[in-house]
Design a binder for this molecule. Structure first.
Ligand SMILES: [Ca+2]
Length: 126
């Protein structure tokens, strides 16, 4: 099931001096797909950072018109939100869902980086 989370107070402005993190763990053998649906932060000083396990994969700030999407390779995402001591915006809203990694492909094993849309194009012909 698709799950949602947001920065504090969203869609009202987040507070100053935020240092929040959300950790999403997949069931063993599965992966997490994370989508940043909306994002608006102070450009200079406030940001969202996405970690795939221990590795930072994205630092997002300002505003996005696309919806960045990430697939975990470790089965865990950590999303960190940081704001400084002045100027706030509406923050972010994100969704995540557990995916059945490599379910239809004998040649793929977890953990492996691939995109859901690429997966579907590589499915065997019926
Ligand atoms: Ca700020």
């Amino acid at each position: 099931t698709l799950q949602y989370f947001t920065s504090t107070n969203y869609p009202q402005n987040y507070p100053n001096n935020e240092n929040c993190s959300w950790t999403i763990d997949a069931t063993v053998g599965k992966q997490v797909e994370l989508t940043i649906l909306t994002l608006t932060t102070e450009v200079c000083c406030d940001y969202v950072e996405v970690f795939d396990g221990q590795t930072s994969v994205a630092r997002l700030k300002g505003s996005t018109t696309n919806t960045p999407r990430y697939i975990s390779t470790t089965g865990q995402f950590r999303v960190v939100f940081i704001s400084d001591r002045s100027v706030t915006r509406s923050g972010f809203r994100a969704s995540y869902i557990e995916t059945a990694c490599g379910k239809h492909l004998n040649s793929y094993q977890c953990p492996t980086i691939f995109h859901i849309n690429q997966l579907s194009t590589k499915l065997p012909q019926q």
